[in-house]
Design a protein around this ligand. Structure first.
Ligand SMILES: Cc1cc2nc3c(=O)[nH]c(=O)nc-3n(C[C@H](O)[C@H](O)[C@H](O)COP(=O)(O)OP(=O)(O)OC[C@H]3O[C@@H](n4cnc5c(N)ncnc54)[C@H](O)[C@@H]3O)c2cc1C
Length: 409
């Protein structure tokens, strides 16, 4: 019997260590930081770096990277439980150096960069000495269809010269380099072969941060960028000419799943807060937890969280086995993003006015979670692809089975 959902004793020990570290190092650190505005910037940075140093010393650094890069060398199933534990605190993934977008960029560089590029960019990223960003989305064209990218790079001697416009580039203000996706091919064989990935050193003349975009959860480091006459050495082409789309899709597979791992943690926190409140709040002759209407909300959230966990574990298992995971990651990303929104909404409902206030983290979590349904592929695009795969499976095999996880059921 090969199906086994238990963790090995080694992995169980890692899980316990991450949980302990988050509880005893990161949470107290976060409590000290509190409102960033209330403490001096120098003190804030010192505290963050101190927590990172402790994570390194505790052997909880880079859970997603191989050991030769200073990481914990975990597979994706093991990573799921580390990410979920880490995301119990908002600084958790950053302290362990497995946060977006650096985490996705590390995977991308590991698989696509030349040895020289790895030494120059991946090494310091893994060591936590620098940060990075990923620049694909543009205001003028639909980000959900990267074949429409208009930012253009033209070969000029040993360099490329780029012009264009990007926005929602997370982490751009702190990044020492960007992975930039730009159009390079005029007559590609396929629309997906029109763009190329470049590594851009930051700051660089020709790369201008226009503004930090104010979002529904505040201005938290998503920049609008103007690219005007940006020189990029040919040595900084990443993964070869015309490979930009493939590189972006490759990056998004594991990165989407890593988001799901962290969202599960948020959903679990919301469910537990919902239950805690329901077992204490009294109205109309009984505790809220004794009312059927509230029990349905708890039950629906519990079932959805269970589905989220199973889907993440199965998609992670497929990545670890080297099996095609595209469909499973797509279904998982769609399901977890939507379940997170529903569970948070119910938790706010059960808390009443308290849930709407900023006295609990729920309101902030709800605002933050809204992006999950369209970033890294909007719901509708995932649904379109899922349906296409199901129809293709039916046409090819006369069965939907391969499109529904290819499970032995
Ligand atoms: C907080 C945040 C951080 C981000 N960080 C980054 C980053 O670091 N780097 C980066 O490059 N980008 C980043 N993005 C951008 C993100 O990747 C895009 O928002 C996403 O790809 C969608 O593109 P878009 O916003 O242009 O929406 P559009 O492509 O314009 O889509 C809008 C809507 O159209 C609908 N739609 C689209 N296609 C279809 C279809 N085929 N069928 C039916 N309906 C459809 C969907 O409802 C979709 O939500 C970030 C966004 C946010 C909000």
């Amino acid at each position: 019997m090969a199906i086994d959902f238990t963790l090995s004793p080694e992995l169980e020990a890692i899980r316990a260590r991450v949980r302990d570290f988050i509880q005893h190092v990161v949470r107290p650190g976060e409590a000290t930081i509190g409102d960033q505005a209330a403490i001096e910037r120098r003190q804030y940075v010192k505290l963050l770096l101190q927590m990172r140093a402790e994570a390194k010393a505790a052997g909880l650094w880079l859970p997603h990277m191989p050991k030769e890069w200073g990481g914990m060398g975990l597979g994706h199933v093991a990573l799921a439980m580390v990410q979920a534990e880490a995301a119990k605190a908002s600084y958790g993934p950053w302290v362990l150096n497995c946060q977006a977008p650096d985490e996705g960029n590390m995977h991308t560089l590991l698989h696509w960069a030349t040895d020289a590029q790895k030494e120059k960019y991946l090494r310091p990223l893994c060591e936590g000495r620098i940060m990075s960003c990923f620049a694909m989305t543009e205001p003028e064209v639909a980000g959900s269809d990267p074949t429409l990218i208009q930012t253009r790079a033209i070969r000029a001697g040993d360099d490329w010269i780029a012009h264009g416009h990007k926005w929602f580039i997370s982490n751009a203000r702190r990044a020492s380099f960007a992975i930039l996706i730009a159009r390079t091919e005029d007559h590609p064989e396929r629309p997906q072969a029109a763009s190329t990935g470049f590594i851009v050193d930051l700051p660089s003349p020709g790369w201008t941060r226009v503004r930090e975009i104010e979002t529904m959860h505040g201005a938290t480091g998503h920049s609008e960028i103007r690219i005007e006459g940006l020189h990029i050495p040919n040595d900084n082409v990443l993964g070869g000419r015309g490979q930009g789309h493939r590189l972006g899709q490759y990056r998004l597979g594991p990165a989407r799943l890593a988001h799901c791992m962290r969202w599960i943690s948020q959903a679990e926190t919301a469910l537990e807060m919902m239950v805690d409140r329901a077992t204490q709040r009294f109205a109309h002759g009984s505790l809220l937890s004794e009312k059927q209407g509230i029990q349905w909300m708890i039950a629906d959230s519990t079932m959805e969280l269970y589905q989220c966990k199973l889907m993440v574990l199965h998609a992670a298992y497929k990545i670890d086995r080297g099996l095609d995971f595209t469909s499973e990651v797509s279904m998982t990303k769609h399901f977890v993003a939507n379940a997170l929104g529903r569970i948070l909404d119910r938790a706010i409902q059960v808390h009443g006015a308290l849930g709407y206030s900023t006295d609990t983290p729920l309101a902030h979590m709800f605002q933050h979670a809204r992006w999950a349904r369209f970033a890294d592929g909007p719901d509708e695009v995932h649904q379109m692809r899922i349906a296409q795969r199901t129809i293709a499976a039916w046409r090819t095999h006369g069965s939907s089975r391969t499109a529904t996880g290819d499970l032995p059921l």
